[in-house]
Design a protein around this ligand. Sequence first.
Ligand code: MSP
Length: 657
Amino acid sequence: MCNKPGKEKFYITTPIYYPSDNLHIGHAYTTVIADAIKRAKVQRGYDAYFLTGTDEHGQKIERKALENGKTPKEYVDGIVANIKTLWKLLDISYDDYIRTTDERHIKVVQAIFKQLYEQGDIYKSEYEGLYCTTCEAFFTELQLKDGCCPDCGKPVEKTKEEAYFLRLSKYQDWLIDYIEANPDFIQPVSRKNEMLSNFLKPGLNDLAVSRTSVNWGIPVSFDEKHTVYVWIDALSNYISALGYGSEDTTLYDRYWPADLQLVGKEIIRFHTIIWPIILHALQLPLPKQVFGHGWLVINGQKMSKSLGNVIDPVVLANKFSSDAVRYYLLRAVPFGSDGQFTYESFLTLINADLSNTLGNLVSRTVAMIEKYFDAKVQVPNTYLDVDKVLINLALATPAKVTARVNELLIPQALEEIWNLCDHCNKYIDMTEPWVLGKTDEGKERLKTVLYVLAESIRFIAVLLAPFLPNTPGKIFTQLGINETNTQNLDSLQNFGILKEDTVVQKGEAIFPRVDIKAEIAQLNPEKKEETKPSKPEKKQDENKANTIGIDDFAKVEMKVGKVITCEKMENSDKLLKFVLDMGSEQRTILSGIAKYYNPQDLVGKHLIVVTNLAPRKMRGVESQGMILSALHMDDNNEEVLTVLTVADAVKNGAEVG
Ligand code: MSP
């Protein structure tokens, strides 16, 4: 039932994912965080509802399906099954999974489009752009390669296409006022400022929201040669899934507006400009908050299949457990900023926090109760000051975790729990149970020590549940706790619930230690190195710690080089081999950008080269520098990489700086 009397509702969404046959750990990031927040809300008595799904229309999907000899629907069906398997593996407790190919969604999108058209917020006009007749697609200047179609290489023409437009311009001033009056609407604040200064204040153009050249999309109901622009289609999922505009609006009435819409930073502008304008035009309330989180990056770059730097969450979850992967994602990345993924940091965290701090605490405590008290918990009569300090910390921790979750400070919420674990371990060092166990008098005191530890561990297990859903069960089994009323958050209002003679039982290590070197060697074979990007992208959330002085910058020597030859490296689908004229010398440089360019298109270009980088051998060839490039998103939100060029008039070897 959706309408739970007395319970406050909490509606949380992730973006709907593009159907990709291997979602990477960066994708899992949004979903794991949303899941942890949802579970934490449920644990705190909320009627929480969590939506995820897939964004299945568009030309790219149509093309991929064709390549695979399938219809688009057959193609996406297979992928959606895999995505659902991944979410199951990571214990994602979504309440609904919306697909933009669902009939329930299609109807709503068509109705929204029609309503906006009828009330004049959508109008028919012409879209002018650079059109490739062979590929039947529009491109922007930036996307062209040598002025030609980036896909087939043929010339493009300035063409007009009939299209429907959404009047974004009409709502620009309203949206600026709304964002300024509702400081929580876009979070973190840096993203709010970015939206205002980069997009809204310079002025919004009306947006083309239909295409006649894309077949795999939702037809405009009153003009069927048009399909609805993918972002209008996709954004509507957040209400179509709730039955908005359908015969049964119970879920919509209960849960909309969303309390929290989590999105990656690159798609925040769609969610905080187009989405609120659609909702406002439909006279619907806006989500209470859109939070744009940072990326999980590798060598400073966003993970992407085309860069070959993706980390597979399936491999990690199968090898090290779903809870280990979740812990890393929730703990290691400051929420809102980018976080650097390395196997080493992942494995180090498993050993340090999960295996040592938490795992050892549990196994030592259980082992001591087995050894000294025949595996039976003993309830003490009195507590000393040293006990009370730990007891008070345990009692104070639930409220601290709740506060952190409410502030969306998820790593800090886990930090509070680990602070309690650390204090338990210190308490063992201070009370020295192994000394107490030697005498009868000591054993009397030991009863209290082990009870305080066991009860504190119960607190830890209960608090961990939203974040690491499989771990509490393992701890409860070892502690012999099987009544659910000692496993919920309410049970943490009192310290001392564990019953006399509860039988503990040592089990397997809840997080076995990993051999970091051996695992890295297995997980990170040498060949991955060559896919390293040419230069780490500058972090958007750059803070002072990341800045460099002019002296550091001056160490980098950059020069202009003209491409004499450029060819694909044998045995590599990633690398291009360049020979460049650097004025006084020639240089051979390997660059992992083969996915983005036809080698011939680069010949004759004047590129910017870092010339004082230590040479590096790849595939038996020495690379003598690095070619600078920019990784960015095109209008379809696809990743594009463009090498940095300078005008032909600039002499080869000219210094850049
Ligand atoms: N289909 C659109 C969203 C439409 S919502 C109306 C889309 N899909 S996506 O599959 O590309 O991305 C889904 C989510 O994964 C986004 O929030 C995106 O930011 C997130 N991530 C993808 N790569 C990521 C990292 N490397 N790190 C963190 N999050 C990343 O965008």
